[in-house]
Design a protein around this ligand. Sequence first.
Ligand code: KG4
Ligand code: ZN
Length: 338
Amino acid sequence: MNNIKVLAIETSCDETAAAVVQNGREVLSNIISTQIDLHEKYGGVVPEIASRMHVEKINLVINEALEAAEVSLDEIDVIGVTYGPGLVGALLVGVVAAKAIAFAKDKPLVPVHHIEGHIAANYIAHPELKPPFVCLVVSGGHTHLIMVKDYTSYEIIGRTRDDAAGEAYDKVARAIGLSYPGGPKVDKLAKEGNKDAIKFPRAMLDVGYDFSFSGVKSAVLNYINGCNMKNETLNTEDVAAAFQSSVVDVLVTKSIQLAKEKQINKVALAGGVAANKGLRAAMLEACQDNGITLYYPEILLCTDNAAMIGCAAYYEYLDGKRAGMDLNAVPNLPLGKK
Ligand code: KG4
Ligand code: ZN
């Protein structure tokens, strides 16, 4: 087979997404139907609403992806789908849709780990990128420092022991009155503030490769309460800048430390928080100082999408991975080790 076209489906959280990707790196279409406005008033993703919306949108989004790519289902070679981790009811919608198409059209079904998809977004953005490299995956649900050994082989070196980086962003955003998802809004506000105005803790900075973000989040909340009690006006720009600096410092320090320890001169960012301007700038500076090349996807490919799942599915397909009609959603799916 010369040109392998993957139809990819992603419904692990609050985006209903489908894409057609050719030979892993060529995105023929990438359709995302976001539910953000529905969850915004609740301050976070409501699983039941997410599942219902996926059911409503999935067929429309798949059809749109095929139309935009100008291919029919018969011309698709592989069906790729996220089967975990994520919200079980949300994942199930994508898994069932993928199984139905694979069964009806007798196509191979390839299950994809959501984090593997986030990492793969870098292959789309950088056609020359090849493993091995160090990847920092920072999203609303995950904070992982990963050695990407090969296209389908990963080793998790560090992970968060409590909140994910994006989760900390969203909680701090809420405390300073910004709506969900707060990460991009805190990022914007941070640009206006002085990062040295307040000193928030840098948890586990010198201790191994694991992360902890609940301490800095609590420190921010305490600081805000303190200001309120003293009737002081809160400088939200300074709070955002100081919080961002504390999170980014830890993320950058540990990523560079791992790359140096493993003697790898490539570092990639992935996941929603990889869209963060402060993180990108600080990581770029640290990489340049250490002779490391930095990779990150464009913002649309950082947050949840199906093109990244299509890319990961392509490499898993080449590696022989297949699922049967018994494929199930696995909400706490671990990232595989080979
Ligand atoms: O990868 P993603 O779309 O979903 C998960 O798999 O979790 O990531 C969403 C997370 C949210 O927490 C959002 O606030 C955060 O990524 N995020 C950001 C930025 N853009 C999105 N956090 C900080 N700065 C940003 N610019
Ligand atoms: Zn994600």
